[in-house]
Design a protein around this ligand. Sequence first.
Ligand code: ZN
Length: 313
Amino acid sequence: MIWDELIGQTPAKKYLGAVLASGRMAHGYLFSGPAGVGKRTAAYAFAQAAMCPQPPAPGQACGICKSCRWFQARQGAQIDHPDMIPLITFSKGRTGRDGSTNYEEKRVGDQEPVIKLETVQYVCEQLHRTPMAGARRVAIVPEAQRFCSGQAEAANAFLKTLEEPPAASLIILTSSQPEALLETIVSRVQNVQFKRLSSAEVSVGLSRRWPGIEPPDLALAAALADGSIGRAVELVEGDMKNWRAAVLAALEKFSARTFLAFGAGLWVLSDAEGKRLFALAQEAQTEDEDGGEGSGVRGQGSGMTPKGSTRRK
Ligand SMILES: [Zn+2]
């Protein structure tokens, strides 16, 4: 089942399933929420279901048709489906013997800070073409605020397509900074909210990506990932072993207020994450001293509490 890949996010799943089942799909969607919580997985699942010609049930995809097989062979943003429009830029290549200039296509990577006007123009032009394999032309634009950052021209070109979308088009924007998108763009798409995951959900996602992960590493990464599977993967792929060694050393050195030491150990290693945990630990300690309820890390696991905030009853 295509939606099994998406961990948690029940309200978003329900909403998108209902849209597919109703057959009344909008032309533009914005999947917004923290990084690494499944927005892109959901975008591809939604696109697959929207393009499957023989869904076995409303909101599902058959998994065996040609279109579904293209989706299943997807590697990240790399997909061979002829109606899925890639984000590409064109750089000047070699000059031909006749003096003509060749342009080389290059995919826009996830880390590139800006999506240029030429890419936006290419996507918009491609959306207007007749579908080759199915009923729709689809563009998925991850971290779509990248085409709004200081480039009015690119944002306006996109806005124009959103205002008058081609009949057979589907545009899915994702963003972990939706506030950086133009208000005029946000108002023309259906906004679907994605939430921070619980650490149990992060554990599930992480163990799927890393089936052989050691339980202590899994637990530590899930606890530190702040509700983001993407962050947990980064932690595991990064210097997790060094982190663990340093944290264990810190725990041995200081005993009583272990969590404070835990945060301090991390502070040395990772400024941002350590500072955040240290602040939380200090807050927890103050509350304990005041006879306040609860302890430990807040803002994790609820899926609703903003980063670093404290829930109070
Ligand atoms: Zn299918």
